[in-house]
Write a protein that binds this ligand. Structure first.
Ligand code: ADP
Ligand code: ZN
Length: 743
C-alpha cells in the first residue's frame, strides 16, 4: 500500500477516499465519497481521519487510508457517501505506517490489524451522559422556599454546573428536592458527556538513589530519550537487579515533553499489584492499565485519553502496542524473552519485535529488559544493532540464590509422592526458621490424566486431541484447550466399575495434598489462574504472603513473574524436566528462561535464597547451566546449533496451519500446498504433517513449515504460494511468520 504524505495532497483533486474498515471484505479497504454538505470541507477528509460509513445495513467506523482521484471503473454514483466524521483529529501518521508494516510482515489483511487498534465495543458511540443542573434565569426570584430548597439555590449561585449526585453529596438533600426545583422552573438541566480524567504524573518526585550500574544504564537511556531518536537497548540484568527502577528513570525523562507518552509492555500475568504500587510511588499517579481483563468503560476511556494525549503512561499486555498514541516518546518491554508476547490467534505477531518497529516509526528509544534475554535479542545485541546495558548484581544486600539439582534417580520420592526427601528436609528447616517457600509446578489441576485401573479407559476431550485434567477442588474434569468441563464421574463410563479411576501424574492440587499431609503445621496455598481469578483475589493472596501469613506457596508460572517477596528463601522446582520433553526449537532456551525466573523469586532481600531443581537428568545442559550459574555458555551453545542449522534468528521459518472439520479435506489442502510449494537452494518446505495437537475444538489440524535463509523475502514467497494453490472448501489456512509454537 503506497503511503501518501499529507503534504502531497491536493485538496481539489480529492474526490474519493479509501477507508480502512475492520472487516475481511477486500482486506478492509473500501471506497467512499466524502460528503459535500455544509458540515464539512473537502480538506476535513484527510488521511487518518476517523469516519462513519455505511456497509450493507451496518454503520462502521474506519479511518481514511488514502485519498484518490475518481476511479473511472466504478460509476461514481454507485459509491456511497461517508455518513459523518467521528474524530476530526486524524490518527497519528506513525500509527498508520505501523498498521501497514504489521499487515505486510505478518501477511494479515490491513483490516485485521486496524481492528486491533480500535477493537473496543462501542468505542465511538457517545459516551455516558450525566444530567447537570444550573439555576434558571429567574431562579433566585421565587419566594417561600423550604430550607433544603434554599440551600440548593445558594449552592448553585456560583454558576458551577453540578450533577444531582454532586448536589446531594454537598448538601445531603434528597432527589425530590432537586426534582421539585426543576419542576417549578428554578433549576434547568441538560445532559453532558462525561469524559475521562487523567491525572498528570508528578515529575518533581525523585526515584531512589541508584547503584553505579543502574546509574550508568539509566543515564544512557535518558540521553537517548532526550535526543528523541530511535534506539533499541537491551537491559540485561539479573533478577532483582532493579531493572524496573532503571526504566522508570527513562519514563521520567520521556514525560518531560508536553503531552509526551510512555508505554511499558509486560507479559499479561506479570502486571502485578506490586508493580503498580511502585509506579504510584515513583510518579504519584496510576498509569493507564491495558489488558484483556479491563472493562469496556475503562477501555473506552483509555483509548480516547491515549488518542488525545491526556493519558501519559500506559502499562499493558501486547495489545497495548496498537493504541493510538499521539506522542509516544519511550517504550519498555519488560521480560522481553517471554513467549506470551507472541500472539497466537488472528494477526500472529510478536509484540517484542513489533515494539521495535513501533519505536522506529515514533523515533523513540525502546528498552528490552530481561534477566534471560532471548537468543534473538542477544544476537541483535552482539551485532551492535542494540546497545547492551548490564546489571550484574542484585540491588543492595541481596545476592543471587544458589541453585542445586536434586537427582531423582538417586533419591526418589516414595511412590505416589512428588517431593524428594532432600527437598522435604529443606522445607522443614525453612518453616522452622520462619522463612517462606515456593514450590513451582507448571500444571494446573490435580492430575493431567485420569484412567480406569480395570479397563484402561482414559478420559479425553471429544473436541480436542487432549486428556481431560482433573480439578479436584471443583470436582470436575476439564479440557485445557477448549475449556470443556464435566463433573468428576463416580465410575468408569467404559466398564462401569466403581472406585477404579486413578489420577496419573501430579498437578498443583495434588502437590497441595502432599504438602498438607507432610507439613500439617504449615500455612499453605495454591496460586494458579484457577485461584487468582481477579486482581482483587490476587492482591489479597499476595498481601497474605507479604504479611507473612503463609508459609508455603504452590504455584504455576503465574507466580514466577514480577513478584518480590523478601522473606521467600527457598524455591523448589518440582519437575525441572517438564519443559524439555517433546521439545521444539526453543525448548532448552525457554526452559532455562522459565526456571531462571522461578529461581529469581528466592532470596531477593537480606536472607540468601536456595533453589532446588528436581530432575531425572541432572547432566542436561539446561540443568547444568542453572546450577553453574552459567547461562552464557548455554546460550552460546544454543546459538551455535541454530547457526549451524540456519534456524532463527539465523534463518527464517514460516508455518502454515491448516484446519477444518473434515480431516480428509484438511489433508488434501496439505497435499496441494506441498505440490505447489516454492523450491530453491536456500529453502525447504517440511510437511504436510498432522499437527502434534491433531484436533482443537473439533477442527483437525495439519502443518507445513517453510524454512528459508535469512535474506529470503518469505512474505511475498508465501503469499504467492498460497495464492496460486487451489483451495479446498472448508479448510482454513493460517500463516504464522516467525512461529514460536509448533503444536
Ligand atoms: P528486577 O526487575 O531487575 O528483577 P526490581 O526492579 O524488581 O528488579 O528490583 C528489585 C528490588 O530492589 C525491588 O524491591 C526494588 O524496589 C529494589 N531496588 C532496586 N533498585 C533500587 C534502588 N536504586 N534503590 C532502592 N531500592 C531498589
Ligand atoms: Zn477440548
Amino acid at each position: 500500500m503506497p503511503f501518501i504524505d499529507h503534504d502531497d495532497l491536493k485538496v481539489d483533486a480529492v474526490q474519493l477516499v479509501t477507508v480502512l474498515l475492520p472487516v475481511p471484505l477486500n482486506g478492509g479497504l473500501l471506497t467512499y465519497k466524502p460528503v459535500s454538505d455544509e458540515r464539512y470541507n473537502q480538506n476535513d477528509f484527510s488521511i487518518g481521519t476517523l469516519v462513519e460509513v455505511p456497509l450493507g445495513k451496518r454503520k462502521l467506523v474506519g479511518l481514511i487510508w488514502e485519498t484518490q482521484g475518481v476511479n473511472p471503473d466504478i460509476g461514481i454514483d454507485k459509491i456511497k457517501p461517508i455518513n459523518r466524521i467521528i474524530q476530526a483529529q486524524p490518527l497519528a501518521d506513525e500509527l498508520l505506517k505501523f498498521i501497514d508494516w504489521v499487515a505486510t510482515y505478518t501477511l494479515s489483511p490491513l483490516g485485521a490489524v486496524y481492528k486491533m487498534c480500535a477493537s473496543v465495543p462501542g468505542l465511538f458511540e457517545e459516551g455516558q451522559k450525566k444530567k447537570i443542573y444550573a439555576l434558571s434565569d429567574n431562579g433566585s426570584e421565587v419566594a417561600r422556599l423550604t430550607p433544603a430548597r434554599q440551600s440548593v439555590i445558594d449552592l448553585l449561585q456560583d454558576q458551577k454546573l453540578r450533577s444531582a449526585a454532586e448536589i446531594k453529596n454537598d448538601l445531603g438533600v434528597s432527589d425530590s428536592v432537586i426534582k421539585g426545583l426543576e419542576k417549578i422552573g428554578v433549576l434547568k438541566s441538560r445532559e453532558i458527556e462525561t469524559k475521562g480524567v487523567f491525572e498528570k504524573p508528578d515529575l518533581t518526585l525523585r526515584g531512589p538513589s541508584l547503584s553505579d550500574e543502574q546509574a550508568i544504564a539509566a543515564t544512557a537511556i535518558r540521553k537517548a530519550v532526550a535526543s528523541s531518536q530511535f534506539k533499541p537497548f537491551l537491559l540485561d540484568g539479573v533478577t532483582g537487579a532493579g531493572k524496573t527502577e532503571v526504566y522508570f528513570e527513562a519514563i521520567a525523562e520521556a514525560l518531560q515533553g508536553e503531552g509526551a507518552q510512555a508505554l511499558v509492555l509486560v507479559p499479561e500475568i506479570a502486571l502485578t499489584s506490586q508493580w503498580l504500587g511502585r509506579f504510584k510511588e515513583r510518579f504519584g499517579v496510576h498509569p493507564v492499565v491495558w489488558h484483556s481483563d479491563i472493562g469496556q468503560g475503562a477501555r473506552k476511556k483509555a483509548w480516547h485519553g491515549i488518542a488525545s494525549g491526556e493519558a501519559r503512561v500506559v502499562v499493558g499486555a501486547r495489545s497495548a502496542l496498537f493504541l493510538p498514541y499521539s506522542n509516544l516518546t519511550f517504550i519498555a518491554v519488560d521480560e522481553e524473552h517471554d513467549q506470551s508476547f507472541k500472539q497466537e490467534e488472528g494477526v500472529m505477531y510478536h509484540a517484542r519485535d513489533m515494539a521495535i518497529v513501533r519505536a522506529k516509526f515514533a523515533n523513540c528509544p525502546v528498552v528490552l529488559a530481561s534477566a534471560t534475554p532471548s537468543l534473538e535479542t542477544l544476537v541483535n545485541a552482539d551485532s551492535g544493532r542494540f546497545e547492551t546495558l548490564k546489571l550484574r548484581e542484585r540491588f543492595g544486600a541481596a545476592v543471587m540464590p544458589s541453585i542445586r539439582a536434586l537427582d531423582m534417580r538417586v533419591e526418589p520420592p516414595e511412590s505416589g509422592k512428588w517431593l524428594s526427601p532432600a527437598l522435604v528436609k529443606e522445607i522443614k528447616a525453612r518453616i522452622k526458621s520462619g522463612e517462606q517457600i515456593m514450590l513451582f509446578l507448571n500444571r494446573r489441576g490435580y492430575a493431567p490424566l485420569t484412567l480406569c485401573r480395570t479397563c484402561g479407559h482414559r478420559f479425553g476431550c471429544d473436541e480436542c486431541a487432549s486428556w481431560l485434567v482433573e480439578h479436584r477442588f471443583r470436582r470436575e474434569l476439564q479440557c485445557h484447550h477448549c475449556g470443556y468441563t464435566e463433573p468428576m464421574p463416580a465410575k468408569c463410563p467404559e466398564c462401569d466399575n466403581e472406585d477404579t479411576l486413578a489420577p496419573c501424574g501430579p498437578g498443583v492440587e495434588r502437590l497441595f495434598e502432599e504438602v498438607s499431609s507432610e507439613f500439617p503445621e504449615a500455612r499453605t496455598t495454591v496460586m494458579t489462574s484457577d485461584t487468582m481469578t481477579s486482581p482483587k483475589a490476587t492482591a489479597y493472596m499476595v498481601g497474605q504472603i507479604e504479611k507473612g501469613l503463609l508459609d508455603i506457596v504452590i504455584g504455576t508460572q503465574i507466580l514466577t513473574k514480577g513478584y518480590h517477596f523478601p522473606n521467600l528463601t527457598l524455591v523448589g522446582v518440582v519437575d525441572a524436566d517438564l519443559g524439555l520433553r517433546g521439545g521444539d526449537l526453543r525448548a532448552a532456551e525457554r526452559t532455562y528462561q522459565q526456571l531462571m525466573q522461578v529461581a529469581g523469586r528466592a532470596g531477593r532481600a537480606e536472607k540468601p535464597g536456595t533453589v532446588y531443581l528436581q530432575t531425572y537428568e541432572p547432566e542436561h545442559p539446561v540443568v547444568d547451566a542453572l546450577t553453574k550459574a552459567d547461562g552464557e555458555s548455554l546460550m552460546a551453545m544454543e546459538r551455535e546449533m541454530r547457526e549451524r542449522f540456519q534456524m532463527p534468528p539465523f534463518g527464517r521459518l514460516v508455518a502454515l496451519i491448516l484446519s477444518g472439520p473434515d480431516i480428509k479435506a484438511v489433508a488434501e489442502m496439505g497435499r496441494r500446498l506441498a505440490v505447489s510449494a516454492p523450491r530453491g537452494d536456500v529453502l525447504n518446505v517440511l510437511g504436510p504433517a498432522p499437527a502434534p495437537l491433531t484436533k482443537i475444538r473439533g477442527q483437525y489440524r495439519y502443518r507445513l513449515l517453510l524454512h528459508a535463509s535469512k535474506t529470503t523475502k518469505v512474505q511475498s514467497m508465501v503469499f504467492n504460494w498460497v495464492e496460486r494453490t487451489q483451495k479446498v472448501r472448508g479448510v482454513r489456512i493460517k500463516i504464522d511468520v516467525d512461529p514460536y509454537s509448533f503444536l
